[in-house]
Design a binder for this molecule. Structure first.
Ligand code: SIN
Ligand code: FE2
Length: 213
């Protein structure tokens, strides 16, 4: 199929102090990234995690890398083992690492060394309520977040839950990087609208790279 946007050059959109959207940045690598997501999921399957409060999350998750984000009855944690399989999470694919390196560099955060990648899968209706990424000890390291497949509305606020929210549509290949003054800003994803995307079918994937050391 002729893809009129295949050669679209990435561009940057500032989102907040320390936060930027790298539009279409991951588009060239998207096919490989999606293949690697499927590979990771063939070892550590997607699952709906249950919060300490007993709420089953609508987003399905898995991880790769030395540690993975997960829940247990006491809270949220980064674990070297997948609690579902009892084995290590799959290794972080080289294509993931390369993308995260290039994106953090382009966003002004050189030297980002992620050891964890959370992989989210959104089916229609799935959402991620407003939250902070605050389970990482070193807040000098940014978050790199890659969107693949169906578009979704991303909300980005401030340090307080009730700070005003900016709403932006994240599309296939968009990468958001936030750190420095916005590292702990609240963010979330509105319920996914049903649709079809040639690269992912009926779902949206998101990769978030974190440094947990
Ligand atoms: C997240 O906050 O962990 C994911 C955000 C997204 O899906 O874009
Ligand atoms: Fe998050």
């Amino acid at each position: 199929m002729l893809d009129l946007f295949a050669d679209e050059t990435p561009w940057q959109e500032p989102l907040a102090e320390g936060a930027v959207i790298l539009r279409r940045f991951a588009r060239a690598a998207a096919g490989e990234l999606i293949q690697q997501i499927e590979h990771v999921a063939s070892h550590s399957p997607f699952r709906q995690m249950v919060t300490p409060g007993g709420y089953t999350m609508s987003v399905e998750m898995t991880n790769c890398g030395a540690r993975g984000w997960t829940t247990d009855p006491h809270g949220y944690l980064y674990s070297p083992d997948d609690p579902l399989t009892g084995r290590r999470w799959p290794e972080m694919p080289q294509a993931f690492r390369a993308l995260s390196d290039a994106a953090s560099q382009a966003a002004g955060y050189p030297g980002f060394t992620p050891d964890a990648c959370l992989i989210n899968r959104y089916a229609p209706g799935a959402k991620l309520s407003l939250h902070q990424d605050k389970d990482e000890p070193n807040l000098r390291q940014p978050i790199v977040s890659v969107s693949l497949g169906l578009p979704a509305v991303f909300q980005f606020g401030g340090l307080k839950r009730n700070d005003p929210l900016v709403r932006v549509m994240l599309e296939h290949g968009d990468v958001v990087v936030w750190g420095g003054p916005s590292r702990l800003f609240y963010h979330g994803i509105l319920p996914l609208k049903a649709g079809h995307h040639p690269a992912t079918g009926e779902v949206r994937y998101n990769l978030t790279f974190r440094c947990t050391e």
